[in-house]
Design a protein. Sequence first.
Length: 230
Amino acid sequence: MARKVLVVDDEPSIVELVRFNLEKEGFEVAAAYDGESALEVFGCGRFDLVILDLMLPGMDGVELCQAIRRVSQVPVIMLTAKTDEFDRVLGLSIGADDYVTKPFSMRELVARVKAILRRQSMDSQARLEEQSARVFRVRDLVVDSDRFEVDVRGMRVDLTPKEFELLGFMAANAGRVLTREILLEKVWGYDYPGNTRTVDVHIRRLRQKIESGDGPAYIHTVHGVGYKLS
């Protein structure tokens, strides 16, 4: 069965270009041109991935992504014409899995779509089996990969699926220095040079949830290299 992608952009030419290239690769594509209609289309179907523009009329891409995240963990790739780092980080911080800056290469966009879906469909079960019934402990941080639960200092912490996947991989490799490129490849499944800023944003979100506020107790930055859980 063809994977179904929802493309949301207020520029019909971009929508049609993305549709043409995705359909050429065997995807089924639905389209919307503003946030409100996109949310309606999303609620009436089952989608494997959403590509949405940051700057939409009415409900913008940030609001739309937040609305989607309230009901679904479907992968979201955000398109943005802005080059300011704040806007890109904002998109990731509210739940987008990746972003592409306009003007973008269709080859790159299709590659990112395939990478996200391939990782989701082909590797998730393998990772579950590999980590099944395994509990990782780093002092008073407990990551239960079988139950998808995280406890810190005896308190349950709610993580998004991607945050849990990232923390679980780091816990399974506790003590090892993991480069941003390795984390990008193993957690996001990119087999091409991706943007490592994605990793930094998710690490920051993890720290906000599991650290005490007195400095990093678990996730440590190895400057110029990456991160380690220790």
